[in-house]
Write a protein that binds this ligand. Structure first.
Ligand code: NAD
Length: 474
C-alpha cells in the first residue's frame, strides 16, 4: 500500500501519524497518509510566514512560469491523477478525468493572471487640495493564506486556492479534506519539481477541527474556505479579525418553462442532478416545471435516472459511483423517508445499497421539507409543477442559499425577470445551475458564501489595494 507524506517547509515529511485512506465505494483502505495535528499546522504557518519574505519580492514572470509548468505536468500525468480521484473521492473515472482537465485550466489561468495584476491611477485634481498630486493604487499580497477544501473536487478546488494565492505572491497553508488528501499532495510534488520556493506551499492533511488553527492564528492573513455552510460560518466567527472567503453549499433550483426544447433540458438536468451522486455544490436539487409539460419532463427524467450504470468508480463504464460514505447515504435515505412520511411520493429510486444511493425523483413535496430547504448533496431531486413563471421564480428564490440557478426559457422578458428576481451569485439561462467554467466569477450569496472564485476574482480577494499619493512642488 503506497504511503504519502505531508508537504512541510519544502519537503515531504513523515511527521504526525499514519492514517488509512479508504475507497468510499467499498470502504477498503488503499493508501496511507501522514496526518498532522494543530502543532504541525502551526509549524507550517510559521514556515509560510518566513517564506513570504522571499515570495513577495519574486518577479511575476518567475511565478507565472512555475504555475505554467505545474499545469503542463498535471496534463502529462492526467490519468494518474484521475485514478487517485476515483479512489479517494469515489468519483467515476470519466468524471474524474473531467476534473483533472479543469484543474489544468485553472492552474494555467493562474500563470496568465499572474502577469496581469494591475492597479489604478486616481485623478487627484477634482478639488483644489488635490492639485499637484499624483495618486496610484497597487495591489499587494496579504501574506500567509490559509486554505481549507472539501472532498468533492479534491484537485480542482485546491487549484482554485493555490493558483490565485500564489499568482498574487502570497504563501499558502492548505488543509485538504481528510477523506481526499492524496491528490493535493501529488500536486504539491509538481510545485516542488517546478521550482516553487521552499515553504511557499504547505500541504498538511489533518482532521477537520485541526483546521481551526488557520482561522485563529493571527499570522494567517486570510482564510479561504470551500465546504459546508455550517463549518464555513463557524470558521468565520473564529477568524473575525481576518479576511474570510467562504464558498459554501446550496440547494440549486431550475425552472423548465413551456417554451423550451424538452429533450436537451431533460438530459442536462438528469446529468446535473445524478452524476457523481449529486455531490456538487451546484448539482440540481429543486426542479420547477410548467404544468403543460410536467408529465413529459418527469417521465423523461425518470427514464434517464433509471438508465445510469451504477458501480465501482474505477470502472470505465460506471456513470454513478458511491457517495463519500455509507453514513452520508444513510442520511439521505432518512431525509427521503421523512419526506415520504410527510406526504411526498418517490417517483423513481429511493433505494440504498451500502454507500450507493440510487438516482431518486420525489414529487408532492413541500418547501419546508429537508429535501427542499436544506442542501441534499445526493442524487435526489424534487419536481414541482407551476402555472405562471413568476411563481416559479419566487419558488427558486425561496431559499436560504443563493449559489446559482438555472432557467430554461427562450423569452427575453422572462430571462430578465429571472435575472432580476432570483438572489444568487450566478444565473444560467438555457442550461442547468451546475454549469461552471473556471474563469467565470463563481460564488454565492446568503448562506452560500461571501466571495468569488475564478482565478482573477480570487486574486482580488487575496490582495490588498495600497494607495500612494505623491505631492509635487509647484
Ligand atoms: P465540510 O464542511 O464537511 O468540510 C470541508 C473542509 O472543512 C474539509 O477539509 C474538512 O476537513 C474541514 N473541516 C471540517 N470541520 C472543520 C473545522 N471545525 N475547522 C476547520 N476545518 C474543518 O464539507 P465537505 O463534506 O467536505 O464538502 C461538501 C460541502 O462543500 C457541501 O456543502 C458543498 O456544497 C460544499 N462545496 C461548496 C463549493 C463552492 O464552491 N461553493 C464547492 C464544493 C463543495
Amino acid at each position: 500500500m503506497k504511503t504519502y507524506q505531508m508537504f512541510l517547509n519544502g519537503q515531504f515529511s513523515k511527521r504526525g501519524v499514519l492514517r488509512d485512506i479508504v475507497q468510499p465505494y467499498n470502504n477498503k483502505p488503499f493508501a496511507k497518509v501522514y496526518f498532522g495535528e494543530e502543532d504541525i499546522i502551526s509549524e507550517a504557518i510559521d514556515g509560510a510566514e518566513k517564506a513570504f519574505q522571499k515570495m513577495k519580492s519574486t518577479p511575476a514572470h518567475v511565478i507565472s512560469d512555475i504555475l505554467r509548468k505545474v499545469s503542463e505536468k498535471l496534463k502529462e500525468r492526467s490519468e494518474e491523477f484521475a485514478n487517485i480521484l476515483a479512489l479517494e473521492a469515489g468519483k467515476p473515472i470519466k468524471t474524474a478525468r473531467g476534473e483533472v482537465g479543469r484543474a489544468v485550466h485553472t492552474l494555467m489561468l493562474g500563470a496568465e493572471e499572474c502577469l496581469r495584476i494591475t492597479g489604478e491611477v486616481i485623478p487627484m485634481d477634482q478639488k483644489p487640495y488635490g492639485e499637484d498630486r499624483f495618486g496610484m493604487v497597487k495591489r499587494f499580497p496579504l501574506g500567509v493564506v490559509g486554505a481549507i477544501t472539501p472532498f468533492n473536487f479534491p484537485l480542482n478546488l485546491v487549484a482554485h486556492k493555490l493558483a490565485p494565492a500564489l499568482a498574487a505572491k502570497n504563501t499558502v497553508v492548505l488543509k485538504p479534506a481528510s477523506q481526499t488528501p492524496i491528490s493535493s499532495l501529488m500536486l504539491a510534488e509538481l510545485f516542488m519539481e517546478a521550482g516553487l520556493s521552499a515553504g511557499a506551499l504547505q500541504v498538511i492533511p489533518a482532521k477537520g477541527s485541526a483546521g481551526e488553527v488557520l482561522a485563529r492564528d493571527p499570522k494567517v492573513k486570510m482564510l479561504t474556505f470551500t465546504g459546508s455552510p455550517v463549518v464555513g460560518w463557524h470558521l468565520k466567527k473564529l477568524a473575525f479579525r481576518k479576511k474570510v472567503a467562504l464558498e459554501l453549499g446550496g440547494n440549486a433550483g431550475v425552472i423548465v418553462h413551456e417554451d423550451t426544447d424538452i429533450d436537451p433540458a431533460v438530459e442536462a438536468i438528469a446529468n446535473a442532478a445524478f452524476l457523481y451522486s449529486g455531490q456538487s455544490c451546484i448539482s440540481v436539487q429543486r426542479v420547477f416545471i410548467h404544468q403543460s409539460i410536467y408529465r413529459k419532463v418527469v417521465d423523461g427524467l425518470a427514464k434517464k435516472a433509471e438508465s445510469y450504470k451504477l458501480g465501482d468508480p474505477i470502472e470505465e463504464n460506471t456513470d454513478i459511483g458511491s457517495m463519500i460514505s455509507e453514513d452520508e447515504a444513510k442520511r439521505v435515505e432518512s431525509w427521503v423517508e421523512e419526506a415520504v412520511n410527510e406526504g411526498a411520493k418517490v417517483l423513481t429510486g429511493g433505494k440504498r445499497e451500502g454507500s450507493i444511493y440510487y438516482p431518486t425523483i420525489i414529487g408532492n413535496t413541500k418547501a419546508e421539507m429537508k429535501v427542499n430547504c436544506l442542501e441534499v448533496f445526493a442524487p435526489v431531486i424534487t419536481v414541482t409543477p407551476y402555472l405562471d413563471f413568476e411563481t416559479a421564480v419566487k419558488a427558486v428564490d425561496n431559499s436560504k442559499y443563493g449559489l446559482q440557478a438555472g432557467v430554461f426559457t427562450k423569452d427575453i422578458n422572462r430571462i430578465r425577470y429571472a435575472f432580476e428576481n432570483i438572489e444568487v451569485g450566478g444565473i444560467i439561462i438555457g442550461d442547468v445551475p451546475t454549469y461552471r467554467i473556471d474563469h467565470m466569477p463563481y460564488g454565492g450569496v446568503k448562506e452560500s458564501g461571501n466571495a468569488r472564485e475564478g482565478v482573477r476574482y480570487a486574486i482580488e480577494e487575496m490582495t490588498e489595494p495600497r494607495l500612494m499619493v505623491m505631492k509635487f512642488s509647484k
